[in-house]
Design a protein around this ligand. Structure first.
Ligand code: TYM
Length: 327
């Protein structure tokens, strides 16, 4: 059985983008693959965050993983910080990375270009930590949204570099990017990624948003004045984003949606998409409530940590021997 691994960082509330680009894929593949899904809580420290907020986000993320359909019987769900090997291999991968190589990471470059203040060194070195997260488990595939693809490519380079320098140690993983919805865009500015760190809440749908509020966000999404329903992400990005959301949540192919809407207006498409989002969030949040009140989260994480640590500890011991840290 082939192996898959992915994670999400609990920096804020999860968005519809995280669901469509990542979690939906995890759920789809859990029957076919040996699956490791974790909460990248060490990555959340790359930006300042209150301890209480991090704890709350972490619990919400686990509950949402389960509410979205991840099944702890089928996949190993764990907390990154429960396994010390992530930070241990993270340091080694940081030392394997070139300074210039990390400077070329687009996410980091974008942050620098915006001249944001308070950029931490952790934000610069998080891609090698992400590589460590992946390489500890020898996955064949890493399902991610488009924005994380470059970091999986870096991981491939680091794995190959390590294997060459110290002999074969890591499997070289492949990024797996969904065909529909690898990048869901901001509803108010469809040239920007829908993001949890977004400042305009109208542009972003949180999975824990009130479903009626979310429906209104879809209704007031920015489109264009061309007045014709086509799937043209370049010239009609807002419309293409809505069609993508509708397609991802219903599994109806994009072409079929476009065909159904010939001769109809944007208002109708927004209404259907808004209703689909409303129903999706209503069902999801009902499951989320059940899970949060069930008290099962700790048990699931303990079991996940036990399973994951067996794999990770074996790998880090091997790496320590190879690089000469163990005498
Ligand atoms: P994060 O937490 O920013 O995002 C988690 C996943 O959601 C995807 N995603 C999106 N997909 C489509 N449209 C969007 N608007 C959108 N926004 C986010 C991301 O591409 C990602 O797949 N560094 C990672 C977390 C991480 C990780 C790992 C992932 C740490 N270690 C190892 C995979 C393997 C991050 O910050 O993702």
């Amino acid at each position: 059985m082939k192996t898959m691994l992915s994670g999400i960082k609990p920096t804020g509330r999860l968005t519809l983008g995280n669901y469509i680009g990542a979690i939906r894929e995890f759920v789809k593949y859990q029957d076919e693959y040996e699956m490791f899904i974790f909460i990248a809580n060490e990555h959340a420290l790359t930006v300042p965050i209150q301890a209480s907020e991090l704890r709350k986000n972490t619990k919400d993320l686990i509950a949402l993983y389960l509410a979205c359909g991840l099944d702890p019987e089928k996949c190993t769900i764990f907390l990154q910080s429960d396994i010390a090997a992530h930070a241990q291999l993270g340091w080694i991968m940081t030392c394997m990375s070139g300074y210039g190589e990390l400077q070329r990471m687009t996410q980091f470059k974008d942050k620098m270009a915006k001249q944001e203040t308070g950029i931490t060194a952790g934000l610069f070195t998080y891609p090698p930590l992400m590589s460590a997260d992946i390489l500890l488990y020898d996955p064949d595939y890493v399902p991610v949204g488009v924005d994380q693809k470059q970091h999986v490519e870096l991981t491939r380079d680091l794995a190959e570099r390590f294997n060459k320098r110290y002999s074969d140690t890591f499997k070289v993983p492949e990024p797996l990017v969904t065909k529909v919805g690898a990048k869901i865009f901001d509803l108010q500015d469809p040239t920007k990624k829908m993001s949890k760190s977004d400042t305009n809440p109208k542009g972003c749908i949180d999975l824990l948003d009130n479903p009626a509020t979310a429906r209104n966000k879809i209704k007031s999404a920015v489109t264009d004045s061309l007045g014709e329903i086509r799937f043209d992400p370049e010239n009609q990005p807002g419309l293409a984003n809505l069609i993508t959301i509708l397609s991802a949540l219903t599994d109806e192919p994009i072409e079929s949606i476009v065909e159904r809407y010939q001769g109809k207006g944007y208002g109708e498409l927004k209404k259907e998409t808004g209703d689909v989002v409303f129903n999706f969030l209503t069902d999801l949040q009902a499951r989320y409530q059940d899970i949060t009140s069930s008290g099962k989260i700790n048990e699931i994480l303990n079991e996940g940590a036990q399973k994951a640590s067996k794999v990770a500890n074996k790998k880090i011991a091997k790496v320590y021997r190879k690089v000469g840290l163990t005498i």
